[in-house]
Design a protein around this ligand. Structure first.
Ligand code: ZN
Length: 378
C-alpha cells in the first residue's frame, strides 16, 4: 500500500480522512505549515536553512527539509527544526495565526476534538508575557473553530500547557494553567529532554496541580525507560503517558498460544494496563526519535500492536506533524498497512482517545457518540 502525503486511503470502502478522529498529542510548534514558517521568518528576518541546493525560499522546499531532518536518525537534527518554528512564533500575531491554522488543518483531517500542547515559556523573546501568549493561542484556536464551523465542520480544541523539563519554571506554568482553565486550558504536561530530567524534579508544580484537580499528562517512556514512567505516575500523577512506549520493557514475552500472546507483566506494566492509563503513541515520531529502536527501525517493528493485543489503552497520535510530514489520517493508514487493522480497530483507538481527553465526562460521552455515528455511516 502506498500512502500519499495527505495520507488518505480507503479501509473497507471508508475514507480514513472522513472518519471522526481525536488528536491528543499534537505539538503547536511541531505543526506549523512550512509556508507559514517561510512567511513569518521573512517578516522578522530570521534566516532559513541552507540545503545542498541553496537557501530554502518556499514552503515546499522547507517541508522537505523538515522531513529530512526528522528522518536523519539524529535526535539533534530533529530537535534543530524546532529552533525555526519556535523562532517565528514570538509575537501575539504569529501565535494566533499558527494556532488558527493548526485548528483548520485538524478540521480538514477529520479531527473533531484536539488537545494542542505547547510551552509558553519558549515564546517570550519578543516581549510577550506568559498570559499574553496563552491568550494569543486561545484567540487563534477560537478563530480556527469558527472558520471550521463556517465550512460545515465541527471541531473543538483545548490547550495543554507544557513546562520544559530542563528549566525551572514548571511551578509558574502550573499556575498559568490553573489561571486559564476556564479560558481554554484543559491540562498540563512536561516536555523536553526526558533522560536526566525526571518528573520528580518538578514535584512542587505537580503537587499544586493535584491539589487543584488539574489533569496532567507527562512525556515519559519516549527517550527514557521505566524509571521515568514510574516518576510520571507517582510524582506527576499523570492521567496519561506521552508515548509511554517503553512500558514494553516491563513485559516479558514468553511466546504465543495460537492467537494469544503469552506475556509476563512487571508491576508497572500491569498497573498501566489494568488502570487503563492511556498511551499517547505516535508511530512515525517514535520511529524518527529512536523511541522504539530497541524493537527495530521500521514502523512495522513498533510495539503498538503488542500493546493493543494485550489490552493497553492505546491511542494514535501525530506528535509533530510538520517534522514527521504526517497527519492523524496518515498515521492510521500506516498502522493499517503495518498491522492489517480494520474499521473496528480504528474505532477502538478513537474510543480510547475520547475516554482519555481532559474534558468533563458528558463531553467525552458526546465524542463517543459522534465517533460511533461517524463509523456507522462509513
Ligand atoms: Zn511530544
Amino acid at each position: 500500500m502506498s500512502i500519499a502525503s495527505d495520507g488518505d486511503v480507503k479501509v473497507q470502502g471508508a475514507s480514513l480522512r472522513s472518519l471522526p478522529k481525536i488528536s491528543l498529542h499534537d505539538h503547536l510548534d511541531g505543526a506549523v505549515r512550512p509556508a507559514t514558517v517561510v512567511e513569518l521568518a521573512q517578516e522578522i528576518g530570521l534566516e532559513l536553512p541552507h540545503t545542498s541546493t541553496g537557501s530554502v525560499s518556499d514552503g515546499r522546499a522547507l517541508g522537505d527539509w523538515f522531513g529530512s531532518q526528522a528522518d536523519s536518525g539524529s535526535l539533534v537534527n530533529y530537535l534543530k527544526t524546532f529552533d525555526l518554528t519556535v523562532g517565528v512564533m514570538q509575537s501575539a500575531e504569529a501565535l494566533t495565526r499558527v494556532a488558527r491554522e493548526f485548528v483548520e488543518d485538524l478540521a480538514e483531517d477529520g479531527v473533531i476534538y484536539g488537545e494542542v500542547r505547547w510551552a509558553p515559556e519558549q515564546h517570550l523573546s519578543g516581549g510577550l508575557s506568559l498570559d499574553d501568549a496563552v491568550d494569543a493561542v486561545q484567540q487563534g484556536i477560537e478563530e480556527g473553530e469558527d472558520a471550521a464551523d463556517r465550512d460545515g465542520r465541527s471541531i473543538r480544541v483545548g490547550q495543554i500547557l507544557s513546562a520544559m523539563r530542563q528549566n525551572d519554571r514548571a511551578l509558574e506554568i502550573a499556575e498559568l494553567a490553573l489561571d486559564h482553565r476556564e479560558d481554554g486550558v484543559v491540562g498540563f504536561d512536561i516536555a523536553g529532554p526526558e533522560d536526566g530530567f525526571p518528573a520528580s524534579d518538578h514535584r512542587e508544580a505537580f503537587d499544586l496541580l493535584a491539589a487543584n484537580f488539574m489533569p496532567v499528562t507527562v512525556h515519559a517512556g519516549e527517550a527514557a525507560g521505566l524509571a521515568s514512567i514510574r516518576s510520571a505516575l507517582l510524582d506527576g500523577r499523570a492521567l496519561r503517558l506521552g508515548h509511554g512506549v517503553r512500558i514494553v520493557s516491563d513485559l516479558e514475552v514468553m511466546g504465543r498460544d495460537g492467537e494469544e500472546v503469552q506475556v509476563r507483566f512487571g508491576d508497572l506494566a500491569r498497573w498501566v494496563r489494568d488502570r487503563e492509563i492511556p498511551l499517547e503513541l505516535s508511530p512515525s515520531s517514535n520511529v524518527h526519535t529512536g523511541a522504539i529502536e530497541a524493537w527495530g527501525a521500521e514502523l512495522a517493528d513498533h510495539p503498538f500492536d503488542l500493546l493493543y493485543q494485550l489490552g493497553f489503552a492505546v491511542t494514535v497520535n501525530v506528535d509533530n506533524r510538520t517534522m514527521s510530514r504526517t497527519s492523524l489520517t496518515r498515521e492510521l493508514a500506516l498502522l493499517v498497512d503495518a498491522f492489517g487493522y480494520d474499521l473496528d480497530d480504528l474505532e477502538t483507538f478513537q474510543f480510547n482517545a475520547a475516554a482519555a481527553t481532559f474534558l468533563p465526562v458528558e463531553e467525552r460521552e458526546e465524542l463517543v457518540e459522534m465517533i460511533a455515528e461517524g463509523f456507522r455511516r462509513a
